[in-house]
Write a protein that binds this ligand. Sequence first.
Ligand code: ZN
Ligand code: ZN
Length: 272
Amino acid sequence: MLCDLHTHTHNSFDGFPEATAHAMAQAAVDAGVGVLALTDHCEVNGQVQGLYPYFDQSASFAEITAARDAFADKLTLLRGIELGQPMEHPEQALTMREAYDYDFVILSLHNIPNIPDFYLLRTDRMSEQHYHMLYDKLLDAMIASVAFPGVHTLAHVTYPARYWAEAGKQFDIKPHIPRLTKLFEALCKQGVALEVNVSTLWKGYGFAMPDREVLELYKHVGGELVTIGSDAHAPCNVGNSIADGCKLLLDCGFDQIVAYKEGKQFFVPITL
Ligand SMILES: [Zn+2]
Ligand SMILES: [Zn+2]
């Protein structure tokens, strides 16, 4: 059974108009996905400072709940959220996290405090040294964020690699192994999983976020909990490259995906 635990509806600022929760659920059924998490963006610094477009949390949750009920006999649908940068405004983030009965909460960092989202940076004009320094800062922010209460998995740990690739440059992960090790130790201590985000596979970048070397490091540090997601923002992308990501996970020694529903942890074996 396939799991796709990171997807967005049109209630996310960057979701496609056709990505209703109902359409995303139907797409999951059509793609053979048995466990789907709908995880709209809740960028905490967006809600508090206006750094991202406003997110209608109530509309998102209501729509996801309606889809969950409509597809109850066809799909395990997890009501989720991708909580961005919670440590920038921890009190407000906690209020948002607890405002609704979320099954599955993704911890996500798309930007470093006071610096725009990586997708907005001019990576084509940046030196490698500068970009690596920014990634170190992002990793430090991730390390500090893992202790945020009630998060289940850490999204796309190598997020900046995607935008470096967009500028036609190959991102060298080696200088970051010490920080990644520290981060993975923190994940293990807190019982927070590591996500394999396969959007970069179906978009043709040629690597997952993270890819093999980092997954093997996580395993080496003692990491056992993994999740997987397509990061689809449109129905046509639900389930994309999940099988490839599962193969990567199996190769790295992981044989099950962890998920959460109504406060309970459960595992789905990885089978190809
Ligand atoms: Zn994200
Ligand atoms: Zn996302």
